[in-house]
Design a protein around this ligand. Structure first.
Ligand code: ADP
Ligand code: ZN
Ligand code: ZN
Length: 748
């Protein structure tokens, strides 16, 4: 017997191995096997298929070394899903396997994870048969401590089938190990080890979901109706309109039909806040899966799903699409517009929202996309009737959407009325809010102190020596740091070009905002959320809970504060520099800026008073800002669609970025030209470049980018054949065979 094995390495899709006769019976797709790969390297891989082999190849094929799982650890339709990802996103099956399996299931060492054991106490066989308590107690009559402990033992194990954890028995009763040992010596009690789960266990009591408000009820009915005809439905509901409550009802219905539900959230929104809220209704039926969960637990969640009585709901980040679901009935993608649904590095560079729709189809399940600010692509699909569309225009209990007040900072600067980064109006509103005992969020989408230092005489700017990007100044550490590769540099005392000793910061980041808040509002408690302050796993939760409890009055943050957070007491949101959101070279810049402004604004006034947003900008009359002020999604959409069509962007065209990387610039240039030329022969002016991308050197590798703009509707298969053919052409030339080639399909 021969099998194809998928190994978690980025080389080929799969490798052929021989199955020794004694292992044949246990072979099936999805079984984990151990094989030798390369020189003396052992890997765990997944059986893809069982196959026939031409005789002449037989000699070269190695046998598998061991069968590592009793049952398949990957179940249908996972393998076809992996194949779809590899195919559509132009990568290897091994790369998908690597992304899909938790490290503990793909580790190179055969013993993947160690079970967690705990010591328990029970009666010995002799005494458990003896139901005469008096007789049992007779033997401890003269040992008061032992008698006490034995009483406690009977008391605590009445409802637990006579078993209690050793620690619980000792700590809850202040008993000594000596007393326990005495009872063990007398042959009354004995200890034993048991494998226990690391997964949290919750109270089995759950609440009934809240009754839906009539408007929510109507939305719920429209969604279920749309699911009768269409695979996907877009729920376009303003912030705080009660979308999450509708998700809960849809999940409950899915469970009633004995099917599973998956709720995808952008990683950062996966706070305890939302999981606790959902757990209240579904208790232990809910599993949570994301990158902050440790590997052992991830493996347990995986195995738990393989059991017949496994989780029925998973709340997770994008990687939870790869869990072994048996029968999904519903996938909900919350905040579907979030760019973080796209995996960047390494491959597979998949878009979790789009992959979710494909996975749902394979299960015969439905997909609900939820957002207050849908992506242009999804809204377009709803407009053209491909997706169902349901709208919620009002906040729950008729709360008003926050009022957004624009402030012209250019004008104020000219009149010298800005107090550092704050406009007089923002200062006044912050004071008012704090006096009323309410809270403030300040949003600035840059971390660090200032995005760059620069010489005002010769315009020199410090850049990373390994990447083509300017360095960010971090005041606390007094270092310049590269946000691409993480390297840091000392701060220079003078310009190396002209000797000017006065290097000035340009722009500002969250660290500077924090410093300014402390100066302008002394004595006010302030905290900051960005990737610098939340490196430690727990710190994110702590900062959030301090803000929720009111301990912190002003919270400063990057886009990390824009989503998923629900704080009752936030009246005021300050957007410190809206222009910086719009000014970056990407066709999605305006769409993103609009979404960020609306999402951040949506944090204001969710419960009590209606909220207010102060939006500082140098362009208060910019059409994009105007549509944001009036919450007019459609106006923004129409505006963007015109540009997208004109300049051949999604949703009218599909984009594929091809990145080529190499240490030597001349080798890279030559290879990029050959690649582009070869593509052009078949695809004509759909091919652009090669060009230098905005960051044209990272980690000492030069980078070139070729852009493909393909009309929607062109066959993916045909296109991919053309790309692979061109790639083979550079691979076959010895000079350029070492050039790294990466594909980014549907970049965000
Ligand atoms: P969204 O997900 O659209 O931002 P949520 O579902 O979080 O909105 O609802 C906003 C607030 O209103 C939450 O605090 C939620 O508990 C409350 N809420 C929404 N719908 C109901 C309902 N039917 N019954 C009780 N409270 C609700
Ligand atoms: Zn200079
Ligand atoms: Zn760098």
């Amino acid at each position: 017997m021969y099998i194809e094995v998928i190994l978690p390495v980025p080389l080929a899709d799969s490798y052929t191995y021989f199955v020794p006769p004694e292992m044949e019976k246990r072979m099936a797709p999805g079984i984990r096997v151990q094989v030798e790969f390369g020189k003396n390297k052992r890997y765990s891989g997944i059986v893809h298929s069982i196959r026939q082999i031409p005789l002449e190849l037989l000699k070269t094929i190695k046998p598998i070394l061991a069968v590592e799982s009793e049952r398949p650890i990957v179940c249908h339709p996972q393998l076809p899903f992996w194949e779809w990802i590899a195919d559509y996103y132009l990568c290897k099956l091994g790369e998908v396997c690597h992304a899909a399996l938790p490290p503990g299931l793909r580790s190179e060492s055969p013993t993947a994870y160690t079970a967690k054991k705990k010591t328990f106490v029970r009666l010995t066989a002799r005494y458990s048969e003896n139901t005469d308590f008096n007789q049992t107690f007779e033997s401890v009559k003269r040992a008061a401590k032992q008698e006490e402990l034995l009483l406690a033992f009977f008391h605590h194990t009445q409802e637990t089938h006579g078993v209690i954890a050793k620690n619980d028995l000792l700590t809850n009763n202040g008993a000594s190990t000596a007393a326990l040992n005495g009872l063990i010596k007398k042959g009354i009690l004995e200890t034993f080890e048991k494998t226990i789960s690391r997964l949290p266990v919750y109270s089995p009591e759950v609440q009934e979901p809240n009754t839906l408000h009539p408007r929510q009820q109507q939305a719920y009915r429209s969604i279920t109706k749309s699911f009768k005809e269409k695979e996907v439905c877009l729920l376009h509901g303003v912030t705080s309109s009660g979308k999450t409550e509708i998700y809960i009802h849809l999940m409950a219905k899915t469970l009633e039909q004995n099917r599973q539900a998956l709720l995808l959230l952008p990683e950062i929104a996966l706070t305890t806040q939302i999981t606790e809220r959902i757990r209240k209704f579904f208790g232990n039926k809910v599993g949570v899966y994301h990158s902050r969960i440790n590997d052992n637990e991830r493996v347990e969640i995986w195995n738990h799903l393989l059991d017949d009585s496994g989780y029925q709901i998973i709340i997770g980040a994008r990687s939870s699409l790869f869990l072994p679901f048996k029968d999904l009935g519903l996938i909900i993608v919350d905040e579907e517009h979030e760019p973080s649904y796209k995996q960047q590095d390494p491959a597979p560079r998949y878009h979790a929202r789009n992959a979710a729709i494909v996975l749902a189809k394979m299960h015969g399940a439905k997909t609900l996309l939820g957002s207050a600010t849908p992506s242009i692509e999804s809204y377009f699909n709803a407009q053209t009737g491909k997706y169902g569309y349901v709208r919620l225009d009002k906040r729950f209990e008729e709360k008003e959407l926050p009022t957004i007040i624009p402030v012209d900072v250019k004008e104020l600067r000219r009149k010298k009325k800005m107090k550092s980064i704050f406009s007089p109006l923002l200062i006044e509103k912050i004071q008012e809010t704090l006096q009323a005992g309410e809270q403030v969020l300040l949003f600035q989408n840059r971390r660090g102190f200032s995005p760059a230092l620069s010489c005002r005489i010769c315009d020199w700017m410090p850049k990373c020596r390994f990447c083509d990007v300017s360095l960010t100044y971090h005041k606390q550490s007094n270092r310049l740091s590269c946000h691409y590769c993480g390297r840091t540099y000392p701060v220079l005392s003078a310009c190396p070009e002209c000797g000017n000793p006065d290097l000035k910061p340009i722009g500002f980041g969250t660290e500077k905002v924090e410093e300014e808040v402390k100066t302008v509002f002394p004595g006010i408690s302030v905290a900051r959320i960005d990737t610098d302050t939340t490196k430690n796993k727990k710190s994110f939760e702590i900062i959030l809970s301090d803000f929720a409890s009111g301990k912190t009055q002003i919270l400063i943050g990057t886009q990390m504060i824009s989503k998923g957070l629900d704080f009752e007491n936030v009246r005021l949101v300050g957007i410190l520099n809206a222009d910086s959101l719009m000014n970056f070279p990407d066709f999605r810049a305006y769409e993103r800026a609009w979404q960020l402004i609306s999402q951040v604004a949506g944090r204001a006034g969710r419960r009590k008073t209606s909220g207010e947003v102060i939006l500082q900008t140098s362009h208060p009359d910019h059409p994009l800002i105007r549509t944001a002020l009036s919450h007019q999604y459609e106006a923004m959409y129409e505006m963007q669609m015109e540009e997208r069509q004109l300049f051949r962007y999604p949703p009218f065209y599909r984009l594929i970025y091809i990145y080529l990387k190499h240490k030597k610039e001349d080798v890279l240039n030559a290879a990029a030209h050959v690649f582009a030329q070869s593509l052009r022969e078949k695809l004509g002016d759909r091919v652009l470049g090669p060009e230098k991308p905005p960051t044209s050197r990272i980690q000492n590798l030069y980078i070139r980018r070729i852009l493909l703009k393909i009309e929607a509707g062109v066959s993916v298969r045909l296109l991919h054949e053309i790309i692979k053919e061109s790639q083979n052409r550079i691979r076959s030339e010895s000079v350029s065979s070492s050039v790294i080639i990466q594909y980014d399909v549907d970049p965000v």
